[in-house]
Each structure stands twice: as structure tokens, then as C-alpha cells.
Ligand binder design. Structure first.
Ligand code: NAP
Length: 248
């Protein structure tokens, strides 16, 4: 299957974890992929790994998605380098966990700026080109925590719930231009982000997952790749939980 030949995708947070797997999966389907992350070493390494498997498919861009002006500049550069953008995946995300009693204003601002404003910045920067592109797609990586909340993650939960609201508003606003916009809400997936959790927390989480295990990055990448494909043209404004049954 090579359903994304001649398509260009931008994947934020593509340097590691879920984003890198999404970028790899889109490249496997024939897309040219702009791999965006904060540090040049991380997106450069991810792009090298993807190019080793799918030569010439990945280009690295080191940009902070929270920086509005830098994202505008990124859109210009990608336009020059790759010509168009058909698929935008807003995956860049961070956590700064802590109970509200101890959460600092900076912890709130940094998480909201990256996880929510970051998606606003990229959609603003790429929407004109998406509206003119073939089979245009926006896919936002939310979280089950944006659906059900979690003690110690008020900032993260608010950012992901906000991203879900943003997804639905964008889906309605851009539907007339045939741009679809959906969210994928992962449950607990094995990455650097969840490696930070203690064994006791991991055990408590697994006890709440009907399928009984953490998910893999591939589980998310497969769903994103489907949503990016022409086969998903009639799906918009949806939140697809990929969580082992956690939120059913
Ligand atoms: P991760 O392993 O920590 O990787 C995060 C990636 O995002 C890195 O490449 C990082 O760049 C990039 N990034 C962070 N802040 C950025 C910024 N301001 N600008 C540009 N890039 C930035 O995370 P992950 O576990 O793969 O998670 C990916 C997404 O899935 C996040 O949105 C997360 O909230 C969501 N999610 C994850 C889980 C899970 O269980 N893992 C569950 C639900 C939702 P550098 O490499 O340069 O640091």
C-alpha cells in the first residue's frame, strides 16, 4: 500500500516517540515528511533513521512550536523546500506534572503554550496552503487525559481538552474547503514521556486498561496514517481514542 505518494506531511514533535513513528509510517506510505522538533539533534537523528529506510523521504526542521513567528517562518521554508503541505500532524507535547497546590504559573504556561498554542500556531501558518492542497488533513494528538482528567495534570489535561475543542472548531471552519481535522487521543503509550512514571504508577495505570498493557507508538501511528489517507476523506471533527479500552 502506498496511499500517500506525492503527499507532503509536517509532523511536529517528530524527533522521538509517537511523532517519530508517525513520521516513519507516513514515509512508508510514500509521503515526503518534514520532521519538526525543538532540538536539531533530535529531529536530525529521526530524519536520518527514516531516510535510511525510505531514502529521500524526510527533512529535519528544528523549531519551537510555541514560537508563533518561528512557525510562520517554518511554513515559508517548508513551502520553498517541499512545495506544498497536504497533512499537518500536531503531535509536539510536553508534561509538567504536579498537584495544583504546588503547580507554578510557569508550569501552566509552558504546557499550554506548547500543547495548545503550538497547534494554533501551526494551523495558522499552514492553513492557506492546506486549503489549496489535495486531500488536506489536520490531525491533532490529544490524550485520554483531555477526556477524563487526572490528578496532578491540571495543565496537561486542560491543554489536551482545549486541543479537542480546537479540533472540532477547525473541522467546522475548514470543512467548506475540504480540510478534515480530527484528534487521536492516545492512552498510555511506551515512550520517553511515560518512562518517567514510577513502577508503582505504571502498575496502577495498567490495572485500569482493559487490554492490560501499555500501547506502542505504532498503535498511534497506524491510526494517524489511516486518517491521513484518502480513505478517511469523510471523517472530520472526531476524537479517536487509542487506549486499550481505558475510556470506553
Ligand atoms: P516524547 O517522547 O516526550 O517526545 C516529544 C516530542 O515533541 C520530542 O520530539 C520533542 O522535541 C517534541 N517537542 C516538545 N516540545 C516541543 C516544542 N515546543 N516544539 C517542537 N517540538 C517539541 O513524547 P511522546 O510520548 O512521543 O508524546 C507525543 C504526543 O503524544 C504528545 O503530544 C503527548 O502529549 C501525546 N501523548 C502521549 C502519550 C504517551 O503515553 N506517551 C499519551 C497520550 C498523549 P525534542 O526531541 O527536540 O525534545
Amino acid at each position: 500500500m502506498s496511499s500517500l505518494i506525492n503527499k507532503v506531511a509536517v509532523v511536529t514533535g517528530g524527533g522521538r516517540g509517537i511523532g517519530q513513528e508517525i513520521a516513519r509510517s507516513l514515509a512508508a506510505q510514500g509521503a515526503k515528511v518534514a520532521v519538526v522538533s525543538r532540538s536539531a539533534s533530535s529531529c536530525g537523528k529521526a530524519a536520518d533513521e527514516i531516510n535510511a529506510a525510505f531514502p529521500g523521504s524526510a527533512t529535519a526542521y528544528a523549531v519551537d512550536v510555541a514560537d508563533h513567528a518561528a512557525v510562520q517562518e517554518l511554513a515559508k521554508t517548508i513551502g520553498e523546500d517541499l512545495g506544498t503541505v497536504n497533512i499537518l500532524v500536531n503531535n509536539a507535547g510536553i508534561t509538567r506534572d504536579g498537584l495544583l497546590m504546588r503547580m507554578k504559573e510557569e508550569d501552566w504556561d509552558t504546557v499550554l503554550d506548547t500543547n495548545l498554542k503550538g497547534a494554533f500556531n501551526t494551523v495558522k501558518a499552514f492553513m492557506r496552503v492546506l486549503m489549496k492542497a489535495e486531500d488536506p488533513r489536520i490531525i491533532n494528538i490529544a490524550s485520554v487525559i483531555g477526556l477524563i482528567g487526572n490528578a496532578g495534570q491540571a495543565n496537561y489535561s486542560a491543554s489536551k481538552a482545549g486541543l479537542i475543542g480546537f479540533t472540532k472548531a477547525v473541522a467546522r471552519e475548514l470543512a467548506g474547503r475540504k480540510v478534515t481535522c480530527n484528534a487521536v487521543a492516545p492512552g498510555f503509550i511506551t515512550t520517553d514521556m511515560t518512562d518517567e512514571l514510577s513502577d508503582a504508577i505504571k502498575e496502577a495505570v495498567v490495572a485500569k486498561i482493559p487490554l492490560g498493557v501499555f500501547g506502542e507508538t505504532k498503535d498511534i501511528a497506524e491510526v494517524v496514517t489511516f486518517l491521513a489517507s484518502p480513505a478517511a476523506r469523510y471523517i472530520t471533527g472526531q476524537v479517536i481514542a487509542v487506549d486499550g479500552g481505558m475510556t470506553m
